[in-house]
Design a protein around this ligand. Sequence first.
Ligand code: NAD
Length: 345
Amino acid sequence: MPEPADGFVHTSLPGRVLLGAGTLDRVAEEAGLLEVRRVLLIATRSARDAADVVEIGLKDRFAGRIDGVTQHVPTDVAESARDKARQVEADGLIAIGGGSAIGLAKAVALTTGVPILAVPTTYAGSEMTPVWGETSADGKTTGTDLRVLPKTVVYDPVLTEHLPMKVTAASVANALAHCVEAVWTPKADPITETTAVEGARALAAGVRQVLEQPSLEARSNLMYGACLAGSAFASAGSDLHHKICHHLGGTYNLPHAETHAVVLPQVTRVKSTAVPRAKARLEHALQTADLAAGLYDLVASTGLPTSLRELGLTEDQARAAGRVFDAEDILIRAWAGTRPEGATR
Ligand code: NAD
């Protein structure tokens, strides 16, 4: 990670972001600013009411709607969404939901170039990235393409007021992984580091607030953190942590966000020593004396699993995955759920 005085290269991605309670009411107007005339709405089932509001607001810009999405963007679901977009002659997409709804809109944008306006209802951060993914019988394919980067993102914390604690915690773990890994990837730079540290601070503060007393302030902090996390990930890319999680998800069908939650503290224990300045900044942001232990404790406080064993992985499978990355120690600790040493609770 270069010091500013060493010089660096940073790529900022284009995009407009609105955050605030009640911004759902501005989605139709924002679609107008993108100059789209025929909008296909894609909404997760849990966001049906919000999609109704947007549909009414769009008036004659509304062209069609897909209600209900499937996790990990299966190819057949992506194909039928593309067919629907063609049928209704969509020149704009509005995705309302978590990473799965936004992922489906990205699958349509990838082949059609139709712009996306995203309205996230979780904290996974996909709305800020040009990264797409699609799952077929042969496994998950991912790629990066600026056509799938949403042009506008509208964060309305009211939409996450009733997000169940389990989904809240899981998507925050996903966002935290984006922030933490962003400080040690080969593309990390002082701007992504600052974005990532502020993202981690907001996420940790939001989680603590939600656990104590769910409030709009807590939800706003989490959305702000998710925005910064996605943005840091989009610029800095990923490294060992995301590779391990991708492998575990693809090979052993482990749940995406929970795997992030378990693996992150263990990878951090090893990788963060190479970036002492960022490690210290993240420790300050998370209010912990040791980054890896602090992350472990934060995950544990939300009730998420802390071991791969709890997610159904066997010790032999953990060892085999460890050999793929020459990281047996990390995988065995993650399997057992060993709290990283360094700080006292
Ligand atoms: P999700 O979109 O699958 O949603 C999880 C569950 O929560 C679903 O059942 C959904 O209906 C429900 N839900 C969503 N919002 C809700 C709300 N406000 N209230 C009540 N229920 C609600 O989960 P996610 O964690 O947002 O996204 C995970 C997916 O996103 C994964 O497939 C992951 O690979 C992808 N992802 C992609 C990127 C990227 O940059 N491309 C980044 C992060 C995650």
